[in-house]
Design a protein around this ligand. Structure first.
Ligand SMILES: Cc1ncc(COP(=O)(O)O)c(C=O)c1O
Length: 424
């Protein structure tokens, strides 16, 4: 079966033909390629087209596809352990590895997705502080938990809906929206509700309204205001963790969150998530404390093995991050130069190995309002051009583009060639 036939038949059995909305390529009005194989920096579809992959499974595949060490870890573990729902040595190994190689994590709890990590982190913050409200930022995406589906980024944004049907008022009444990179908007919320704010949840480098790095003063301001009001600061590093640096965005800003959430890279491409932080907070989790959170599959041995193999490889090879940054730099300066020569309206935002090319005449993109002003028609045209030229990127202006360590200079050259041949 070819791409088209598989996708058409998929629509009969899965809503929209997909298991996660953005995969349907609805906004760019195309049928998606049906991916059958990944190898290093490349993916192949069922029509045997080869693409340079800049989606990287939406972030996790930082080592490239089917990395030998990760594959071996999965193979070896699956021969003796698939699932027990019991304590295993491998879950200890990954937990200890993260606690000892990443800062600000005294203890960690494994879960199965980024959504589970963030919603559990918020529950823990509420349980720890005894307060109810949370602050999230317009355009921030923390997964599909009801309480986060207010002015959310990522797929919620491209669907053009304020939130989601099926979310009762009561589920979002304790979610208060502030503006990213705007400390005044946060202060005014604290002035009004200060005594009842359990936590601020923030992507320190936002990736779901396109990439927008947090300003240093803004993130530092969040830390200070949380201290002042005895609220917790949750850094959602589901996307930025192990990507913008091994120790995540918090290491770039030297800011200490109370709780950090992870997923994506930490599972080596298998379904995973985790949240961790200060010991006195983590000890509030059941069975030690009163905050209940559980999971049949949590800490699954195969996932733990894939995650450990990935993190070890990243930690033991710091030159990978230098390589990613070098490629990112080359891509950024190349795109900026081409755009300038063609008088193309482009703002290039990047943090290490994640970036977004915003099509806008504005001089900067610092928050959700700026991102929403981008020229979506132009993005869609650009997307179609890139994919036709074998460059596979996320089909939305409001997503991040990712590099992986298997990308070579020639792959960046091909990206730039394709970009150069794009006519507005
Ligand atoms: C910052 C952030 N938080 C949470 C999530 C949700 O993760 P998952 O899709 O694994 O549920 C995502 C997903 O892209 C994300 O980017």
């Amino acid at each position: 079966m070819k791409n088209y036939d598989i996708f058409e038949e998929s629509k009969k059995y899965m809503p929209g033909g997909v298991n996660s909305p953005v995969r349907a390529f609805k906004d760019v009005d195309l049928n998606p390629p049906v991916i059958k194989k990944g190898e290093g920096a490349y993916v192949y579809d069922e029509d045997n087209n080869k693409y340079i992959d800049f989606v990287c499974s939406w972030g996790p595949m930082i080592l490239g596809h089917c990395d030998g060490d990760v594959v071996n870890a999965i193979k070896n573990m699956s021969e003796k352990a698939i699932s027990f729902g019991a304590t295993t040595k491998i879950e200890l190994e990954l937990a200890k590895y993260i606690c000892t190689t990443v800062d600000n994590i005294d203890m960690i709890r494994m879960v199965n997705s980024g959504t589970e990590a963030t919603m559990s982190a918020v529950k823990l913050a509420r349980g720890y502080t005894g307060k109810s409200k949370i602050i999230k930022f317009a355009g921030g995406y923390h997964g599909h938990f009801d309480g986060f589906l207010v002015e959310a980024g990522s797929g919620v944004m491209t669907e053009g809906i304020a939130g989601s049907a099926g979310v009762p008022e009561e589920s979002v009444k304790n979610t208060i929206i502030a503006q990213y990179n705007d400390m005044e908007s946060v202060k005014s919320i604290f002035e009004k509700y200060g005594d009842d704010i359990a936590a601020i949840i923030v992507e320190p480098v936002a990736g779901n309204m396109g990439v927008i790095p947090g300003d240093r003063e803004f993130l530092g301001g969040l830390r200070n205001i949380c201290d002042k009001y005895k609220s917790l600061l949750i850094f959602d590093e589901v996307m930025s963790g192990f990507r913008v640096a091994y120790k995540g965005a918090q290491s770039l800003y030297s800011i200490k969150p109370d709780i950090t959430t992870f997923a994506k890279i930490m599972g080596g491409g298998l379904p995973c998530g985790a949240y961790g932080g200060r010991r006195d907070i983590m000890e509030k989790l059941s069975p030690m404390g009163p905050v209940y959170q559980a999971g049949t599959m949590s800490g699954n041995p195969i996932v733990m093995a894939a995650g450990l193999a990935t993190l070890k490889k990243l930690h033991e090879n710091p030159e990978y991050y230098a390589h990613l940054d070098k490629l990112g730099n080359k891509l950024q300066s190349g795109v900026e130069e081409i755009a300038k020569n063609k008088n193309m309206p482009v703002v290039f935002n990047r943090c290490g190995a994640m970036f977004t090319i915003f099509f806008t005449r504005n001089s900067e993109v610092k928050n959700y309002e700026d991102a929403k002003k981008c020229n979506i028609d132009l993005f869609n045209k650009y997307f179609k051009h890139m994919i036709k030229n074998g460059i596979y990127i996320a089909p939305s202006q409001f997503e991040s583009v990712f590099l992986n360590v298997k990308h070579a200079e020639e792959d960046i050259d091909k990206f730039l060639e394709a970009f150069d041949s794009f006519e507005i």
